[in-house]
Write a protein that binds this ligand. Structure first.
Ligand SMILES: [Zn+2]
Length: 77
């Protein structure tokens, strides 16, 4: 599966993000990108604003400059 980022788009609140979209987290300090598993979030964040979730995420590089990016998962064909 390939991740096609939707540029400059956020659903606002995580719970309104359609389930078919993929979510990744990118650190704006070191540039690392990882898959983001919304189901692994504590329950209190399930209805949180995306910016509030970003503020809680700490990268392994030690910075808290995470951005959630949303995109379509495209099959490789
Ligand atoms: Zn980082």
């Amino acid at each position: 599966m390939r991740f096609q980022e939707i540029k400059n788009w956020t659903p606002g609140y995580l719970n309104v993000c359609p389930r078919h979209l993929g979510i990744r987290v990118r650190c704006e300090a070191c540039g690392i990108e990882k898959d983001f598993d919304r189901d692994a979030l504590p329950f209190k964040f399930h209805h949180a604003h995306v910016e509030d979730i970003e503020a809680k995420l700490k990268c392994e590089c030690g910075e808290k400059r995470a951005r959630l990016i949303f995109g379509s998962l495209m099959g490789d064909d």
